[in-house]
Design a protein around this ligand. Structure first.
Ligand code: ATP
Length: 318
């Protein structure tokens, strides 16, 4: 079995020691090529090369951003052709958490520790244990990008943008920093003029949304070790889920936050909420450009984004 290991040396919790442990452990199990990512977008190019060269596995040591790039490199068509359906003919993915939140790895059930995850992944390799997962795809202004766990428009994307700004000044993305930034930004965000409308085939039109979370799995994120469940029914085996907010006042927000922090299979309740489960496609249209994030990466402000489910897109060794 031939595997390419992509290491993001700049990811929050990746260091030379974990990298060396992983190289030794994986190298004993498979024929291993190791590449370090050197710039944004490099993981996508390396993953596309691994696919073109017929590698069986692409392993990633890094955070959710590097995993997102890798997945896009594995899925995007060579020479702009159509994406072949299903996971056949694509290298399987191996994930070793080395970022700050590691949502994708943890949603797959991996321990949030690179050495322990290496042990779990080696077992999966030895036993041939694979899981086929679906992905989400966002399409906007002629662009397209797959996401592994979530996308969002509105307030949550504004918070992602603000945290990215802080990281640009050298500060780490800790759970406390996210919470503090979210609280501070709440005072600044527009809570009076909702901009978005939700439409889709067979979906009742929902107007007046301030923000929307689009999920390919649950949990949506973690605050430290605590999972956050705005869309508790979302899973890698179903289509996309959505939670939209029609009110952003303190009472409405407190009610949602309390519910999504509770470990429960019940959907959050409230008349100001809009919810979708297991949908193939829907579109958010806004009356002004709205902040947009995908797998925790801020992508800019846009007026129309379509979200599509891509079932059985990828095999993951887990
Ligand atoms: N050598 C590099 N120098 C600077 N940036 C890099 C390099 N290699 C990859 N990147 C970029 O760093 C970004 C963040 O990396 P990654 O997601 O792996 O770690 P993280 O930010 O610590 O984790 P998380 O996404 O969980 O917060 C990625 O989007 C990737 O494009």
């Amino acid at each position: 079995m031939r595997a390419m290991l992509l290491v993001n040396p700049k990811a929050t919790t990746t260091n030379a020691r974990t990298r060396d442990v992983l190289i030794r452990a994986l190298g004993a199990a498979v024929e291993l090529a190791v590449e370090e990512t050197r710039y944004r977008g490099h993981a996508a190019a390396l993953a596309a090369t691994a696919r073109a060269k017929g590698y069986d596995v692409v392993a990633v040591l890094g955070g959710d951003g590097t995993i997102n790039e890798t997945v896009n490199g594995l899925l995007n068509p060579v020479n702009g052709g159509p994406v072949p359906p299903g996971s056949e003919g694509r290298p399987a993915l191996v994930v070793i958490p080395g970022g700050s939140a590691n949502v994708f790895a943890r949603a797959l059930g991996l321990p949030n520790d690179p050495v322990e995850s290496t042990g779990a992944v080696l077992e999966a390799l030895r036993d041939g244990r694979r899981r086929t997962v679906g992905l989400g795809q966002a399409l906007w202004e002629g662009q397209s990008r797959y996401f592994t766990f979530c996308s969002g428009m509105g307030y949550d994307a504004e918070v992602v943008r603000a945290v990215e700004g802080l990281r640009g000044t050298g500060r780490k993305a800790t759970p406390t920093r996210y919470v503090n930034t979210a609280l501070r930004h709440y005072l600044a965000t527009d809570k009076r003029h909702p901009a978005m409308t939700l439409t889709g085939p067979g979906i009742p039109t929902a107007r007046g949304l301030f923000m929307a979370i689009i999920s390919n799995t649950s949990p949506w994120t973690y605050v430290g070790s605590r999972p956050v469940h705005p869309t508790p029914w979302a899973s890698f085996e179903t289509g996309l889920d959505l939670l939209g907010l029609r009110r952003m006042g303190p009472m409405a927000m407190a009610s949602v936050i309390r519910q999504i922090l509770t470990e429960s299979d019940a959907l959050p309740g409230g008349r100001h909420l809009v919810q979708l489960h297991d949908e193939a496609e829907f579109t958010l249209t806004a009356s002004r450009p709205v902040a947009f994030q995908l797998d925790g990466d801020y992508l800019g402000e846009y007026e129309t984004v379509t979200f599509r489910s891509t079932p059985n897109a990828l095999q993951v060794l887990v």
